[in-house]
Design a protein around this ligand. Structure first.
Ligand code: DI6
Ligand code: FE
Length: 423
């Protein structure tokens, strides 16, 4: 017998689509009459159907007519706190009566009340409570989501939150990246001893989360109601020693130079940034740190200070957009709605907003080499949309035109073969 083994490739070929590749020189990386070939879990080829190489055409095992749909990269929600116990609807009512978010936090409500509810919830209950929040994202074409801890603030509950986040990634067709946010708020046990708490976070909880493979990143809430720059820096140093990339919640309520500090630690992202100064923007530009804009929190806290989008553009800082899905400042279940809000509140263009949940969100998670654009070699995560042009994703709100979802090359929504299309 013998005979050399010939490697044979088989492709799934998606045709009859307009592609928003989110790369290249045209707006949205638009490709008319596009085709996309998938081999295994990777994109093998992207381009106008007329240019499809014959060797791919010959080896197609599955042809899928997208029926004229638009195809974008899978959406990425790069900043969420979606694993948590309970709700803060009562706090919402108090805020509507005029009590501020900061006042509530200072009186032991706010984040700390979610900590109580999260500590009470066992793993099964946390999973049950978190799953519908994740599902509402998945329905809109999210294929990658970041999930933070930070509502446990003790060893057991922080690890439980991260375990639940990992489990969600096993139970649902979504790639989960986890972030250890032990330095989110000061738990009551450490009242007036924030440095002792930071010791505990750095010496005990973070190393354990890292050792158990539960944390991909480390984040800190650097803010006057949370942790000082000096405390933030200690957390970054501990993260660096463990080889974990850092992120920061910075300049949300005040300017503490948190983004510049994080940039010195090569942070993947600095998030919120309403009070960011031009020096902070420059520091981010130098370190290649992505700005994650969270218009849901801006809206829900009725903030009037907008992030310095013009300066971010001027200095070439990439901007991502995310839900910040959390019970206190952004109980948002729709990333598409955030696109609209990013345009209306922060003056992003619809194209910038879409980049913010694809290409730049991938950057914020250190996944640019694999995700965020439609390019040969990248992971085959993409979404089919029943829209006439890509600006519609940001333009309409309260609609969900997702008609198909492909994750790791696998078709997730069956309706994909028969999308209902615009005339
Ligand atoms: N900033 C936020 O917007 C969330 N955490 C943070 O550091 C809010 C968390 C909450 O209020 O529960
Ligand atoms: Fe947040």
């Amino acid at each position: 017998m013998g005979g050399a083994k010939v490697a044979v490739s088989f492709y799934d070929l998606y045709t009859n689509a307009t592609l928003a590749a989110m790369t290249g020189s045209t707006p949205y990386g638009r490709i008319e009459h596009g085709a996309l070939a998938v081999e295994g879990d990777r994109i093998a080829w992207v381009g106008p159907e007329a240019d499809l190489p014959p060797e791919i055409d010959r080896a197609v095992q599955q042809r899928r007519d997208a029926g004229g749909a638009w195809i974008t990269p899978g959406l990425i929600d790069c900043h969420t706190h979606l694993v948590h116990g309970g709700s803060r609807a009562r706090e919402f009512e108090r805020r509507l009566q005029g009590v501020t978010y900061e006042e509530i936090a200072r009186k032991g409500g706010g984040i700390i009340s979610t900590v109580a509810a999260t500590r009470e919830a066992d793993e099964a209950s946390l999973l049950r409570q978190s799953a519908p929040r994740l599902q509402s994202l998945l329905a809109e074409g999210i294929t990658t989501v970041e999930i933070k801890s930070g509502y446990g603030l003790d060893m057991e509950t922080e690890l439980r939150m991260l375990r639940v986040a990992r489990k969600l990634g096993e139970q649902f067709p979504v790639r989960v990246r986890t972030t250890f946010l032990g330095a989110h708020a000061l738990p009551a046990e450490y009242k007036d001893r924030p440095d002792d708490y930071i010791d505990f976070v750095c010496r005990e909880v973070m190393p354990r989360a890292a050792a158990e493979g539960l944390a991909d990143f480390v984040d800190v809430f650097c803010e006057r109601i949370a942790f000082s720059p000096a405390q933030t820096e200690r957390v970054f140093q501990a993260a660096q020693q463990l080889g974990l990339p850092v992120k920061v919640h910075a300049e949300q309520l005040s300017d503490m130079n948190g983004a510049a500090l994080a940039s010195r630690y090569n942070a993947l992202s600095a998030d919120h940034l309403e009070h960011l100064s031009e020096d902070g923007v420059r520091a981010m530009a130098e370190s290649g740190t992505t700005a994650v804009l969270l218009p849901g929190a801006f809206y829900f806290l009725k903030d009037d200070q907008k992030p310095p989008v013009d300066l971010l553009r001027k200095h070439g800082v990439p901007m991502a957009v995310s839900t910040d899905m959390n019970p206190g400042s952004s109980p948002a279940g729709s990333l598409l709605l955030m696109l609209n809000m990013a345009c209306i509140f922060f003056s992003l263009t619809p194209e910038e907003a879409l980049s913010g949940v694809t290409r730049n969100a991938a950057r914020a998670l250190g996944l640019s080499d694999r995700l965020g654009t439609l390019e040969a070699g990248k992971i085959a995560d993409f979404v089919l949309w029943d829209i006439a042009e890509p600006a519609e994703l940001a333009y309409r709100f309260g609609f969900n035109p997702c008609v198909g979802l492909i994750k790791n090359g696998e078709l997730i929504h069956r309706e994909v073969l028969k999308p209902k299309l615009h005339p």
